[in-house]
Write a protein that binds this ligand. Structure first.
Ligand SMILES: *Cc1c(COP(=O)(O)O)cnc(C)c1O
Length: 448
């Protein structure tokens, strides 16, 4: 037998972690860089905690969704859902990428105007529009999405008194096979309410029916739900064409696509289980194309995608304050990011990465925020390495809803920065000060 050739041994540290019960590895990779920029440098300069957005990730998401839909359907228009993230800089990136504005309140409507969106490119949704807001939207030529009968009559009244013509669409809710049904917004398809309102609009000389809208929910994992919804709206469009010889100019499928986050308690990672834009696009466009709508009358397809376009572009970084052992000897790590900044930790198992390399040894850990309240839990239980006081971490996919639903509670909200397409860094919302928070307070004379 020939002598074996000597090979110099090498030692490599393996940090696979203990597989979860589904065989998924638990190794936690450090995340020293975001968009090629050192997280440590950003935190040294802008503080901890810190909220970070990546313009490149937003652009990539917009590119992906536009491509998925426009290769399948001739007319597609995006409309940025303000409530998902209405920081002006973020909205302006979406507008720069071609999105209209989709707003659900008078406040958001004003914000869209201030961000330079033309009135006729604003979609006004929401269940609580008052007469003054409706009048303004009508004068600006915005699309008003009727949520209920009282709103239809209020709008009709405004239009008659001011002699204006409104461009409207009907918000339709329907059974899409997901329960409990989302039926509190808009008018129901199955019970004929939506059709009733469509008929009332068609005979109203002050209203022009421009489109049909539905927003079936949020973080919808089923593409079939979208297929059903698009089929029902297309059927309504056909009925309108048949009865009134009127062709609506758009079908608006709302938002609700899932981001790659993982829902709390889900067995498998959202990265593996949520549908791609291509899969959503296939379901929606095939339903419209295969309906009885004539090819030359196909309406524009509007998408109000929020979460799936901004979640991945947002990062929240923070620092460890302390570690302790709970009464059952489980490790608890207390960090400076609480549910005040990370509202979405109530329903997501957010991924958390140490900024710098660590021992690789993981242990079941609960991650608590800094608030004096029991619900301030960022992760109830995860396999996590031991980080020391002052060690930093990055929480990924925090871009949706957190900077709109965050709350000011016993502490200041931090700087929000944007890493732009040239990898330059901008503060897009300054960290709060005592002056900001006290600004609107007034002290009665006798307490001075
Ligand atoms: C919230 C909302 C959206 C965005 O939903 P996502 O789940 O963030 O995509 C779109 N349209 C309407 C009417 C909404 O209320």
């Amino acid at each position: 037998m020939a002598k074996l050739i000597f090979e110099r041994p090498t030692i490599t540290r393996l940090t696979p972690g203990v597989p979860s019960k589904h065989g998924v590895g638990t190794a936690i990779a450090p995340m020293p860089l975001i968009e090629g920029i050192k997280v440590d440098d950003l935190m040294d300069k802008y503080g901890s905690p810190l909220s970070i957005f990546s313009e490149r990730t937003i652009q990539k998401g917009m590119e992906d969704i536009k491509r998925a839909f426009s290769i399948r359907y001739p007319k597609v228009q995006m409309a940025w859902s303000y409530k998902t993230n209405y920081m002006d800089a973020i909205c302006r990136i979406f507008h720069k990428e071609g999105s209209w504005a989709e707003v659900v309140s008078g406040f958001e409507y004003e914000k869209a105007l201030r961000n330079g969106v033309r009135g006729e490119n604003i979609i006004f949704n929401g269940p609580a529009k008052n007469a003054a807001e409706l009048e303004k939207a009508v004068r600006n030529g915005s699309f008003i999405h009727i949520d209920h009968l009282d709103e239809l009559y209020l709008l009709s009244d405004v239009c008659h008194r001011q002699n204006l013509e409104a461009r409207v669409a009907v918000r339709v809710n329907m059974d899409i096979g997901i329960y409990p049904k989302w039926d509190r917004f808009g008018l129901n398809y199955e019970n004929g309410e939506a059709w009733d309102v469509i008929n009332r609009i068609m005979i109203n000389p002050k209203m022009k029916l421009m489109g049909l809208h539905t927003h079936i929910g949020t973080y919808i994992m089923s593409t079939d739900a979208y297929r059903i919804a698009a089929t029902k709206l297309a059927d309504l469009a056909c009925n309108i064409a048949q009865k009134f010889d009127h062709y609506i100019s758009y079908i608006d499928m709302g938002g609700g696509f899932a981001s790659k986050n993982t829902l709390r308690g889900a067995f498998l990672s959202g990265e593996d289980t949520t549908p791609s834009f291509d899969e959503y696009a296939e379901a929606i466009t095939s339903a419209i194309i295969n309906s009885q709508i004539k090819p030359d009358k196909l309406p524009t397809l509007i998408l109000e995608t929020g979460r799936a376009l901004i979640d991945n572009a947002g990062f929240t970084t923070g620092s460890v304050i302390a570690n302790k052992r709970l009464s059952d000897s489980r490790r608890a790590t207390i960090v400076d990011v609480g549910v005040n900044l990370l509202f979405t930790s109530f329903w997501y198992d957010h991924k958390i990465h140490p900024v710098n390399s660590h021992s690789g040894l993981v242990e079941e850990t609960t991650i608590y925020g800094p608030l004096c309240m029991n619900i301030d839990v960022i992760r109830p239980s995860l396999m996590f390495p031991a980080l020391k006081s002052g060690d930093r971490f990055v929480i990924t996919r925090t871009g949706a809803y957190n900077t709109t639903q965050w709350m000011q509670f016993i502490t200041y909200r931090p700087n929000v920065i944007l890493i732009d397409h040239n990898r330059e860094v901008h503060v897009i919302r300054k960290g709060e000060t005592l002056e900001d928070i006290s600004h609107n307070e007034e002290i009665p004379e006798y307490l001075k």
